[in-house]
Design a binder for this molecule. Structure first.
Ligand SMILES: Nc1nc2c(c(=O)[nH]1)N[C@H]1C(S)=C(S)[C@@H](COP(=O)(O)O)O[C@H]1N2
Ligand SMILES: [Mo]
Length: 300
């Protein structure tokens, strides 16, 4: 990429509650002083008040542990995350089984406060800690013919009560085009609020692609493959009509069964007014060029 994305409004070394209060003050101050809207590469400050720890870690989608929003918080503690190995294979110079510790010692972790928009039309703002996926892929050495990246979640039935139900085909799989994977907004999250990422949120390492619907952000990853063909993805296999490969957040392209024009902010109350959904979830300036000339309704 020609540029590195930086979040000018991030406070370093956060601790949960103090940081939350702190950031709101900082953000408010900047807004009042007219210093927001820092141009391409920055994220609008007014929408970046993160959800609380409790909301982020108790309202989840992680179907391997059940389909109710509170199932992951209830059952994911069964997941063994140490030791953890990620297989990186396919069209790379250095294929192999990389331990989580090995990866972490080579990566630079930073905070990214991102909007997170589920296809079910709810949203949060989450202060992730993580590293750019591009750094990991470059470590493995992407070969010239690679065009896509395929991801796979752990499948361990004895620890995952949800996988006895054939809701989707297990293991959960996802994919990105290589330029999407290399985009500086695309991260591997390893923490939230400066703490290791909880199991219900995809420990020890999960993808976060903030301009796409939440289901693209695959959890608890054990395999990353560089390939030359568009890989199958879990929800697309379930219904091609409802869940496309791209899955970019788009208020103008409705899900066949509901509108995507608005969203409910988790924590804002059951009867809270819905807020408008933003094109590419508010990251249009950063990512629209990836899809120049593409029919976004067709490639949904
Ligand atoms: N392996 C796996 N990854 C997954 C899911 C899942 O069920 N299994 N759910 C997806 C969906 S639909 C969403 S909205 C997000 C939810 O992430 P969160 O629980 O951390 O908010 O994870 C995504 N990643
Ligand atoms: Mo979702």
């Amino acid at each position: 990429m020609a540029y590195r994305w930086t979040n000018d409004l991030t406070a370093a070394d956060v601790t949960p509650e103090a940081a939350f209060v702190n950031r709101r003050q900082i953000t408010g101050g900047l807004a009042a002083a007219g210093l927001v809207g820092l141009g391409a590469g920055s994220v609008r400050a007014e929408t970046l008040e993160p959800n609380g720890w409790e909301e982020i870690t108790s309202y989840n989608n992680f179907y391997e542990f059940g389909t109710d929003k509170d199932d992951p918080a209830r059952y994911a503690d069964r997941l063994t995350i140490s030791p953890w190995t990620v297989k990186i294979d396919g069209m790379v110079d250095k294929p192999g089984d990389y331990s989580f510790d090995q990866i972490m010692s080579a990566m630079t972790v930073e905070e990214r406060i991102y909007r997170f928009r589920c296809v079910e039309a709810w949203s949060m703002v989450i202060p992730w800690n993580g590293f750019e996926l591009a750094d990991l892929l470059n470590m493995a050495g992407v070969q010239a013919g690679a065009k896509y990246v395929a991801f796979e979640t752990l499948l361990r039935p004895e620890e995952m009560p949800g996988v006895r139900y054939p809701i989707i085909e297990w293991p959960y799989v996802e994919g990105l085009r290589l330029d999407e994977a290399m985009h500086p907004l695309t991260i591997m999250a390893t923490g939230i609020y400066g703490k290791p990422i909880p199991k219900q949120n995809g420990a020890p390492m999960r993808l976060v692609v903030p301009w796409k619907y939440g289901y693209k952000s695959i959890k608890s990853i054990v395999r990353i493959s560089l390939v030359d063909k568009q890989p199958p993805t879990a929800w697309n296999k379930y219904s091609d009509r409802e869940y496309g490969f791209y899955s970019n957040v788009n208020p103008n392209v409705d899900h066949p069964r509901w509108s995507q024009a608005t969203e409910r902010k988790v924590g804002s109350g059951l009867f809270a007014k819905k807020v408008p959904t933003l094109m590419f979830n508010g990251y249009e300036a950063e990512v629209a060029s990836l899809y120049a000339g593409m029919d976004l309704a067709k490639y949904h």
